[in-house]
Design a binder for this molecule. Structure first.
Ligand code: HAM
Length: 423
């Protein structure tokens, strides 16, 4: 770089700078996630963003598209291949397997990690996102599946969403595998047809039909496949269907009416073994899924010992913010302080600091305006900083001990001693 060339102020493509207004929204989202997860008894854990790459490549854990095209992987100075985590599930499986003898199951754990995926940045998809992960380890019960989906639904309601704002679509990998078994598909056919179903919403109807025909080859099987996809098949005959309906009925009993069976929900990860689900915004401008998850009973088996059954989901912050914006659910006043204390001139800075300290001691947020300007400019700054009220400190106020608290939203004023004003 020549001396004249200046560094760019842009961040690396697809990752995020959080200026205070973005940070306020992110904190609100994280706090709401954490509050609801903890209200269900979930405990918080965390881990490093760096993992050995082998964690994502082991048979049973791998997601080919992710490993081959989306991970940030490099060799460290000690010749080890490491990856910036693209998801949290392998990490939490590793942690649970590592302490399996000390932990008391079932576990309810949650985390809010940042994840990195080398994707083409677009609406709802970036190269860095944060994801609430909530998982239950150590229960085979279908009630655990239902509870996990209930938690996801309660989180959305915790943001003020109505039931009609989102829909929960549930499928079962077991049911899907039973179909693949009955069609006697080869490993390649299974992989290709599952991948195609996973991409269904990204391609045209014609392409979906013609590609599935090419993969399945047999006309009768293709017809059964199409009937399954459009919901006209006799899935009810399979015992795996009854198991899935059990989860959906439990959800209905828990008041989650918007959960329905959707045979096209596949989920890209190989580790899912049973229930899989996604939640979609009903607002057509925001078609990406808000969250996805499912049951993965074998993943901990990668680390030796009997596998510990698990079910959970990941909910991203990017799609969450889009959802809140598209339904006007973001609260006002996420930023700001309660009181800006404005000294009339330099000599009143010290008494203003005292007033700010008293304000903080009363549990309110306050700062002393340091603008070296006229009172009008101080007030403009206070508005820009989202201060809810101001107190001006000058000769008269100090002499009398009587101050005026002005609320900026409506211009109303209250007069009295600082102690009275803070009541
Ligand atoms: P996933 O479907 O890959 O699942 O991601 C879950 C959610 O994370 C998505 O629905 C979306 O909200 C968000 N997300 C994913 N990729 C991006 C991206 N590039 N940019 C912005 N948001 C994104 C998993 O990761 C599973 N490990 C979830 C899980 C936990 N299953 C069981 N437990």
């Amino acid at each position: 770089m020549s001396k004249e060339q200046k560094l760019s102020t842009e961040s690396y493509k697809g990752v995020r700078d959080f200026y205070p207004e973005d940070m306020a929204i992110q904190r609100y989202i994280f706090d709401t996630w954490a509050k609801t997860a903890e209200s269900f008894g979930f405990e918080r854990y965390d881990a490093s963003v760096l993992e050995l790459s082998e964690l994502y490549k082991s048979k049973g854990a791998e997601n080919e598209e992710m490993v081959n095209e989306q991970t940030y992987t490099f060799i460290d100075r000690g010749e080890r291949e490491v990856t910036l985590r693209p998801e949290m599930t392998p990490t939490v499986a590793r942690m649970v397997a590592g302490k399996r003898r000390e932990l008391t199951f079932p576990l309810r754990w949650y985390s809010i990690p940042n994840l990195f995926r080398y994707e083409r940045p677009q609406r709802g998809r970036l190269r860095e996102h944060w994801q609430l992960n909530a998982d239950i380890f150590g229960s085979h019960s279908s009630m655990a599946d239902a509870e996990i989906i209930l938690l996801a639904s309660e989180i959305l309601k915790g943001f003020g969403a109505k039931k009609s704002d989102f829909e929960i679509r549930v499928n079962s990998r077991k049911l899907w595998n039973a179909y693949c078994d009955s069609w006697k598909l080869s490993d390649d056919q299974r992989k290709n047809i599952s991948g195609l179903v996973d991409r269904k919403n990204k391609i045209s109807g014609e392409e979906f039909i013609s590609s599935s025909k090419t993969i399945l080859q047999d006309e009768t099987i293709h017809q059964e496949f199409c009937a399954l996809m459009d919901g006209t098949s006799s899935a009810q005959e399979k015992p795996e269907h009854a198991e899935l309906m059990n989860v959906i009925e439990s959800l209905h009993a828990l008041g989650v009416q918007s959960a329905t069976y959707d045979p096209t929900i596949m989920r890209g990860f190989n580790y899912y073994t049973g229930t899989v689900f996604e939640i979609f915004d009903t607002n057509l401008d925001n078609r990406r899924s808000l969250l996805g998850g499912g049951r993965y009973d074998n993943l901990t088996g990668l680390f030796g010992g009997d596998p510990i059954p698990a079910v959970g989901f990941g909910m991203g912050d990017v799609t969450m913010r889009d959802f809140l914006e598209s339904h006007s659910l973001l609260p006002q006043n996420l930023q700001g302080v309660d009181i800006a204390v404005i000294p009339m001139s330099e000599e009143y800075v010290a008494p203003a600091e005292k007033i700010a300290a008293t304000t903080r001691a009363a549990g309110k947020k306050a700062y002393v305006s340091l603008a070296d300007k006229k009172v009008g400019e101080h007030i403009k700054q206070a508005e820009a900083r989202h201060a809810r009220a101001i107190i001006v400190v000058g000769e008269e106020e100090i002499a009398s001990g009587i101050f005026t608290l002005k609320t900026l939203a409506d211009g109303s004023t209250t007069t009295g001693s600082i102690e009275d004003l803070l009541k």
